[in-house]
Design a protein around this ligand. Sequence first.
Ligand code: KG4
Ligand code: ZN
Length: 334
Amino acid sequence: MIDREQRVLSSVVASQYELHREFGGVVPEIASRAHVRRILPVIAESLKQAQLELSDIGALAVATQPGLVGSLLVGLTAAKTLALVLDVPLVAVNHIAAHVYACRMAAGRDIFPAIGFVVSGGHTNLYDCASPVDFELIGSTIDDAAGEAFDKVAQILGIGFPGGPAIQRIAASGNPAAIRFPRTFLKEDRLEFSFSGLKTAVLYTVRGVPGAAHSPVPLTEQRIADIAASFQAAAIDVLVGKCRQALQQRDRRVLCVGGGVAANSHFRRQLERMASSQRTELFIAPVSLCTDNAAMAAIAWEQLARGQTASLDIDVIPGLVRKKGLRADRLPKS
Ligand code: KG4
Ligand code: ZN
């Protein structure tokens, strides 16, 4: 629940990590069924924490894109039903734009125009944000998202799910210079990412190169920590380097970073270092607003102020947002 002054009155997150852990990744059908079971208790709990009644709600924000179709549908159906029953406006929110907006919420003031960077389990997207509702997609990954790479590398190393926090924890006792993993596209101007080569390099380091004469170095605890630290260093070098290029190419002086991977402390430190060298104002969402949450849907207030409400026959737009894909232009327009 968010009030007009963007104060978070309550924020309830029904994490599903426990349900997906044994599979090492999100299983779509399990996710949507869990949404069905949890959506009403989550709404009730957020009203309770905010000490509000359903009748106090003035507008409803719902993420309609991008994402898994089943999960989006559950949220949209609940939101439409409430909007109809309460007779309040419905606002369709883009989940990725909301990740950038988490920085605006934390700042407590207008921070646009800016470069927005969302680094999550599904996306590694750079935006040129002229205003809070006018985002141009200027870069994305051509294969895996950064968070996905963290999750897959953690699986290769056998250290748990979700991978990001596990890698950060284990990397703390490793040597980031132990193995020189590839930094794909870092030396090129294009605002594109690729993490599948890095992931394969980790796989070969752990299991050995197929057909090679020598076997891999035994996987001791220290070796796992060194691989985790070296992987983290390589992935984050690329993420930070591309932010620098985006700032320079678009001549922006403000950078907003959100999404689950922005919870990574090494990433946050490197971003701060880069931003001060570029004389750039940096906004990183606080950890509680980096990973998925509903509070960042406060971007709906910006849309509502511009009359961007949704009709009750609106549908979800599932899938991933990729620069060259079909969905690149489907961010809310002002
Ligand atoms: O934004 P998010 O919560 O969900 C999506 O919309 O995808 O991002 C989840 C991703 C996962 O891949 C997870 O491994 C990663 O964020 N993540 C991290 C950290 N915490 C979460 N990656 C690196 N370091 C972390 N501390
Ligand atoms: Zn997300």
